[in-house]
Write a protein that binds this ligand. Structure first.
Ligand code: FCB
Length: 469
């Protein structure tokens, strides 16, 4: 496993300019286009805190993180980055970095009660936040569901209950009526794969259930929720863009054998086609049920048409690749590679995977809408030393992934923007506060924010780009 220093020296030997400025893209990069949006992302449960203030109800993540053994060190989102109280300073920080876009999510349990009655105090928080972002000229991308399902809905079956999809459409209706005009892009769901598979398939995430049939049924209801919400968003807020955000896995085969090639294909079916085929082909991939026999979800007439309605954008979240081999039966098994660069999460740094999935999707889905990279970034064990955070591995990571985006654009993929994950260190789900993904460091004992070197260099680039005629 490479350490930070050798990762950086590797990057420098690949890119001699890195010594002078380890971030700024080369002159021929599409990133210099002024209409290529460069922003940062966060999510409600990971940053807001204030979990029982102003009428917010419990979410499945409050319940899950309070359950012993579910989250590293017993961390919860109860305080997180205290963004609910510090949002004005956080917006100022975003603006001072020159970031042009901000992707945030709304906490469903903050804005609606179990009877569907709006919670004015919760709604006002998002109104103030979005209005301020617009005043600062920041493009707003709002995700309706980044995993914090109201606990009262989970108590009635959560995403295993078809009714949750209809409740989601009601929630989308309320939010788009209330917030129309302040949102540039609406994403219905963040990473339905994680909600369905990690939440209901293997139990690593809230609500912590583990059954393959649950995963496929939860996925169907999540996608149905998305499909029901899109026309509602279109009716209430016609000027905005509507889309969905999917996490994408790159699977590579451990050998040239047909069995390993098939394993890599199945890996990508399970991670990507499971979501993208229903959205863009109107059908689940049959290979999925070869991998997981007997898990076909209950699908009612008309569902697939609802799910596959045209979108204005697709958000892609990309982090790493997985090297796989055949498991000797119908599936795949991970074969971690030795001697590759990894992050604090243990995830392999593999920028080519981002380029390859993007160009692959363009070939596979003929009706693919424009793409935004809605998350990309890495965790490192960052420390503040003399008031500074030198996150050298992240700088190199970002540069190489942005180069991969540029390559995909040059290969003809319509990519309109890129959001760093994340604006600041935050509650990293089952890993709690130990894993630091921010371009801004957060000291959780004082809530002090310290801009890391990566953010300074992104800001420098954005300033230079803006100054160009
Ligand atoms: C993604 C999530 C995001 C964050 C990153 C590291 O799966 O959407 O909230 O935790 O991973």
């Amino acid at each position: 496993m490479a350490n930070d220093a050798s990762a950086v020296s590797d990057a420098i030997s690949r890119d001699p300019d890195a010594l002078a400025d380890p971030f700024t893209p080369p002159a021929d990069s599409s990133l210099w286009r002024k209409n290529f949006l460069l922003g940062a992302a966060t999510a409600s449960y990971q940053i807001e805190g204030a979990v029982d203030e102003d009428g917010r109800l419990p979410s499945i993540w409050d319940t899950f993180s309070a359950t012993p053994g579910k989250v590293l060190a017993g961390d919860t989102g109860a305080v997180a980055c205290d963004h609910y109280h510090r949002w004005e300073a956080d917006v100022d920080m975003l603006a001072s970095l020159g970031l042009e876009g901000y992707r945030l999510s709304i906490a469903w349990p903050r804005v609606m009660d179990a009877a569907g009655v709006p919670n004015r105090k919760g709604l006002d928080f998002y109104k103030r936040l979005l209005n301020r972002l617009k005043e600062k000229g920041i493009t707003t991308s709002v995700t309706l569901y980044h995993w914090d399902l109201p606990q009262h809905l989970e108590d009635r079956g959560g995403w295993l209950n078809r009714d949750t999809a209809y409740r989601f459409a009601d929630y989308a209706d309320l939010m788009s009526r209330e917030l129309a005009g302040t949102v540039d892009a609406w994403a219905t769901l963040n990473e339905p794969w994680c909600s369905a598979y990690l939440g209901y398939g293997n139990g690593h995430h809230a609500p912590g259930l583990a059954d393959g049939r649950f995963a496929t049924q939860a996925m169907h209801h999540l996608l149905l929720a998305h499909g029901l919400a899109v026309p509602v968003l279109r009716a209430n807020d016609p000027a905005s863009q509507k889309g969905i955000v999917a996490n994408i896995g790159r699977g590579t085969a451990n050998s040239d054998s047909a069995a390993d090639q098939r394993a890599a294909h199945l890996f990508e079916v399970q991670h990507n086609a499971w979501i993208l085929d229903p959205l863009f082909k109107g059908a689940y991939p049959q290979d999925l049920f070869e991998l997981w026999p007997g898990t076909e979800p209950l699908v009612l007439d008309g569902d697939m048409q609802t799910i596959s309605a045209p979108l204005d954008f697709l958000g892609i979240n990309y982090y790493f690749r997985t090297n796989v081999a055949s498991d000797g039966a119908h599936g795949f098994r991970d074969v971690p590679l030795e001697g590759v660069e990894r992050t604090q999460m243990g995830w392999e740094v593999y920028p080519d995977g981002l380029r390859d999935v993007l160009t692959g999707f363009k070939r596979t889905y003929h009706n693919l809408p424009p793409i935004y990279i809605t998350e990309n970034g890495m965790a490192s064990d960052d420390k503040v030393i003399d008031g500074r955070v030198d996150d050298t591995q992240r700088i190199s990571f970002l540069k190489r992934h942005l180069a991969a985006v540029d390559q995909a654009i040059k290969a003809g993929v319509d990519i309109r923007g890129y959001f760093l994950w994340s604006l600041m260190d935050n509650f990293e789900w089952a890993f709690g506060y130990e894993r630091r993904f921010g371009v801004v460091h957060v000291d959780y004992s004082t809530q002090k924010r310290t801009v890391k070197r990566s953010a300074e260099l992104v800001a420098k680039f954005l300033k230079e780009r803006k100054a160009r005629v």
